[in-house]
Design a protein around this ligand. Structure first.
Ligand code: SME
Length: 163
């Protein structure tokens, strides 16, 4: 097993332990952002965009520098993940049509949807200053984490989506 997988095993265990007690969806997203962001030096923006009304994402919670506040489903890497319900793994954001540049230093990015009953309730977005920083190990662990979040908090998250 590679070092990255070991670090993911450790950080996912920490997250599960931290979320064991009373915890709502916002507390969970804040804790996940914090733990992931500090586990990997190569993550320079780590956080969530939530579906706040049909086909519309809004920022937070997150760790890192300022990000765009609102993203319609048809825009950017986050929007693509939200529209398709599938993980987007981008080695070089300059070659992704419609990429939204919140930080000029971002080169690679992974966006994983959080699903509940087939609805995208949020996306987890991680950006890196390094080219091609994300691989199938990141995808597998972040998808596992987002499945666990959707299973536990999905109903609560759907209840927060407005008209
Ligand atoms: N780059 C993303 C926007 C979010 S920020 O990078 C924090 C996108 O294209 O969807």
């Amino acid at each position: 097993m590679n070092n990255k997988a070991n670090e993911y095993d450790a950080v996912l265990d920490r997250i599960r332990a931290l979320l064991e007690g009373p915890c709502d969806w916002t507390a969970a997203m804040a804790t996940v952002s914090c733990e992931l962001h500090h586990a990997f030096d190569s993550f320079h923006w780590t956080g969530f965009y939530r579906t706040v009304r049909p086909s519309h994402l809004q920022i937070g919670p997150y760790q890192g520098g300022h990000g765009c506040l609102d993203i319609p489903f048809e825009k950017g890497v986050c929007g693509k993940a939200a529209t398709t319900g599938e993980t987007q793994l981008v080695d070089d954001v300059t070659s992704f049509p419609g990429h939204i540049a919140c930080s000029t230093s971002t080169i690679s990015e992974i966006v994983v949807p959080v699903l509940s009953n087939g609805h995208v309730v949020a996306v987890l977005d991680v950006d890196s200053d390094l080219a091609a920083n994300f691989d199938q190990t990141d995808r597998a662990y972040l998808e596992l984490l987002c499945r666990e979040l959707g299973d536990r908090f999905g109903a609560q998250a759907i209840g927060l989506i407005g008209d």
